[in-house]
Ligand binder design. Structure first.
Ligand SMILES: Nc1nc2c(c(=O)[nH]1)N[C@H]1C(S)=C(S)[C@@H](COP(=O)(O)O)O[C@H]1N2
Ligand SMILES: [Mo]
Length: 303
């Protein structure tokens, strides 16, 4: 089901309702369910988009999470099988304090905040999501990045018993993605543990996922269990499968088309079958913050 043509205006959570709800969550009642919410800053982040987010329904029913199937509705249907507690993340490679860290340890001392980011898929749809998360740089600084490290690689959980489509031979599992160290250390790059003020829905990558808002959605790996600091550029799943179509950088760029379709515009999920397309913005609207990372690079070659 590609587009929610039956979506009515009333199905979209108005921003004011959500703000009220967020205040409720910040109150005592919500804290037991998600203690980490207690640390969510009340003020929106400097980096947040001012756009009204998509509804929770949109964000949790139209997903790419191939471990649960290739269709957009599959993650909502099957991700409930995923066990997210206990959860550990291996941090290894060129770090001072490598190890297997419990999720609680990973979160310790990292200030959670809300980041409203647009997620723009290379398939040319987009969603605006009020993520809850913390800057990846905070975690990397805590484990101590060694001077020889130049890239950060991420790996998704490999557990075919719970992620049924990991039995499919069509993809190499587990999925892997990577960032250059300066991209990983950029304050826009977060590890997200929730959205709409609540713990991460499983179909969106519970309990913890990467979000890199100036790149196509496939760089934002879900349900990660490994972070490796390495010297040489690591292999990444999509780039290795189809290098002509999916580059290592995957920066949102309306001027560089995917070989089979244009990237100049996009459709907001939930805008209806006849909703208009919007122009895609350079670096997904974050050019002022990230263009400098690529000074001197030819972005048509380094796509
Ligand atoms: N592990 C994993 N992470 C993944 C994917 C996936 O299939 N598996 N899909 C990616 C793609 S293509 C997109 S567009 C985003 C979608 O994120 P969302 O479902 O939270 O909107 O997740 C990315 N992260
Ligand atoms: Mo995507």
């Amino acid at each position: 089901m590609p587009w929610k043509s039956d979506l009515r205006w009333s199905d979209v959570t108005p921003r004011t309702d959500w703000l009220n709800r967020r205040q409720l969550i910040a109150g005592a009642a919500g804290l037991a369910a998600f203690p980490a919410a207690a640390r969510i800053a009340a003020a929106p982040s400097l980096y947040s988009s001012a756009e009204a987010p998509n509804s929770l329904e949109d964000i949790t029913s139209f997903n790419n999470f191939y471990e649960f199937g290739f269709d957009k509705g599959d993650p909502a249907a099957y991700a409930s099988a995923l066990t997210t507690d206990p959860w550990a993340i291996t941090i290894d490679g060129l770090v001072d304090r490598p190890g297997s860290y419990d999720l609680a340890d990973v979160l310790k001392g990292q200030p959670l905040e809300e980041r409203i980011y647009r997620l723009r898929c290379v398939e040319t749809w987009s969603l605006v999501v009020p993520w809850i998360g913390f800057e990846l740089a905070g975690l990397l600084n805590r484990v101590g990045v060694q001077p020889a490290a130049r890239y950060v690689s991420f790996e998704t959980l490999h557990r075919p018993e719970e992620m049924w489509n990991q039995q499919s031979p069509l993809m190499p599992w587990p999925l892997r993605e990577a960032l250059r160290l300066d991209e990983a250390m950029h304050p826009l790059t977060i590890l997200a543990t929730g959205l709409y003020g609540e713990a991460m829905p499983k179909q969106n990558g519970a309990p913890i996922r990467v979000v890199v808002p100036w790149k196509y959605g496939f760089k934002s790996l879900k349900s990660i269990t490994r972070i490796s600091l390495v010297a040489d550029r690591p292999g990444t799943t999509w780039n290795e499968l189809q290098p002509e179509e999916y580059g290592f950088y995957a920066n949102v760029n309306p001027q560089v088309d995917h070989p089979r379709w244009s990237q100049s515009s996009e459709r907001r999920v939930g805008s209806g079958l006849f909703g208009g397309r919007e122009d895609t913005r350079m670096f997904n609207g974050y050019a002022e913050h990230v263009a400098g990372l690529y000074a001197g690079q030819d972005l048509a070659a380094d796509y």
